[in-house]
Write a protein that binds this ligand. Structure first.
Ligand code: ADP
Length: 422
């Protein structure tokens, strides 16, 4: 499912990227062309004016065989002072060629219609035409002054530019295609990264539902089996079946605890577990929890020691912090068969510390990294003890929400030490 989603997202990104690349490349290409064309148009216009001015600088117009004497006399000076590599033709108002400087391939006759049109309409014309194998850019400038009307045509063969434009097109295409491929790869990687937490949450949620149903089924089966026994004893009294009923009842307690913890976890997953921060005496909370647990510990013949600094005020979520203390102290008593449980609350280098130590069964190295995981119970067969495997993950989450650290050190058969630093 995630693989498909991953590919789908990358494909969407790909479409966006291709469109983006296309518009950027087309934009760069067209913009460059427009700027270039505009610049060139201006240059051609200036060149036309320059030629016209030169022509009008008092040279009498003598014609020999229809060709201006002027051109014969001073052709080089005009060419030398050229600012643009272009050819030109000058016509008078009768559309007679006054002089010209054409390149190797003369095209004057092909563009004469433009000169005609310019004279007729009395305006400048700027066009690009395909003549023969080449494209030509032609600027036809119309003049009308005391010497009468005339037209100067400046034109250029654009073959070199065309090569340049097609080169630019190819470069942009190559950059666009490679850019898109690189960005697609990058977007595949980044989408994968972005999907990772979603995937993890989804897998966690799936496991959570599976584990929760599994955990709920166990006490239900126990309840059912015990009640079946009771039901099969048709003539029996309640007192005769007390043991089965007790079993069933204690399993309902396990179920109630489990459901309560499941709700808490669900809230944690939905980020609904907002903190209700207040200032309160943490010393009182710890003391209160310890007093309740002390009774259970003493029933188990375990020594219960309290070293609690007085009046330690913290700003935290009261209910959640109480729950955290209950989880730690309850576990310490639950997993200790002999020896003692010590609960200490003190301040160490400006940090408030809660230590819950026991001399119980301890946790082996293999399990220690996983005891904060949901539903994880070290050595499940050895002690079910009404445990759900959710307590420590809730404790860790509460600590995390408060930005406290909760760590554990433990040695099998020697005991465990849980440290909450605030
Ligand atoms: P549970 O409801 O099973 O106690 P927890 O999340 O509180 O679930 O604890 C997870 C597991 O960590 C327990 O099943 C137990 O194996 C181990 N554990 C927790 N606290 C202690 C402790 N004080 N001593 C030894 N083992 C412990």
């Amino acid at each position: 499912m995630f693989k498909k989603l991953h590919l789908k997202l990358t494909a969407y990104m790909g479409v966006i990227l291709i469109l983006f690349m296309f518009f950027v490349a087309a934009g760069i290409y067209n913009f460059t062309r427009i700027v270039f064309e505009d610049g060139n148009k201006e240059l051609m216009k200036t060149e036309a004016i320059r030629i016209y001015n030169y022509k009008s600088r008092g040279f009498p117009e003598f014609f020999i065989n229809n060709e201006a004497l002027f051109r014969r006399l001073r052709p080089n000076s005009l060419i030398e002072s050229k600012r643009l590599d272009a050819c030109y033709i000058v016509y008078d108002e009768h559309l007679t060629r006054v002089f010209s400087d054409e390149g190797e391939i003369p095209i004057a006759n092909d563009i004469k219609t433009l000169a005609e049109k310019s004279l007729e309409e009395g305006r400048d014309l700027y066009e690009t035409l395909k003549i023969g194998r080449f494209n030509y850019r032609v600027y036809t400038k119309y003049f009308n002054d005391i010497s009468g009307q005339s037209v100067v045509q400046v034109y250029q063969n654009t073959v070199n530019e065309d090569i340049l434009w097609s080169f630019l097109k190819n470069v942009l295409l190559v950059i666009g295609v490679t850019g898109t491929i690189i960005l697609l790869g990058l977007s595949y990687f980044l989408t994968g990264q972005a999907l990772k937490p979603i995937k993890e949450t989804w897998i966690r949620q799936k496991d959570f539902v599976a584990d929760a149903s599994h955990e709920l089924r166990t006490p239900l089966t126990v309840i059912q089996t015990n009640l079946d026994v009771v039901l099969s004893d048709e003539d029996g009294r309640v007192s005769n079946n007390e043991i089965w009923l007790d079993n069933a009842y204690s399993e309902t307690k396990v179920m109630a605890k489990l459901i309560d913890q499941l709700l808490m976890m669900a809230k944690a997953d939905n980020n609904e577990g907002k903190l209700d921060l207040t200032d309160f005496s943490f010393s009182e909370v710890v003391e209160n929890v310890c007093h309740n647990m002390k009774v259970i510990a003493e029933n188990k013949k375990i020594e219960f020691i309290m070293n609690i600094e007085e009046d330690m005020i913290i700003k935290a979520d009261y209910d959640k912090m109480r729950r955290l203390v209950v989880i730690l102290v309850d576990n310490a008593v639950k997993y200790t068969e002999q020896g003692r449980v010590t609960v200490s609350l003190f301040t160490d280098r400006n940090r408030k510390v809660l230590l819950v130590e026991d001399t119980g069964i301890g946790i082996n190295e293999r399990d220690i990294d996983r005891i904060f995981d949901r539903f994880y119970r070290a050595d499940k067969a050895r002690h079910r003890e009404g445990g759900t495997g959710l307590g420590l993950s809730i404790a860790k989450w509460i600590a995390h929400m408060h930005r406290y650290s909760l760590t554990v050190e433990s040695t099998v058969n020697e005991g465990s030490k849980f440290t909450l630093r605030m």
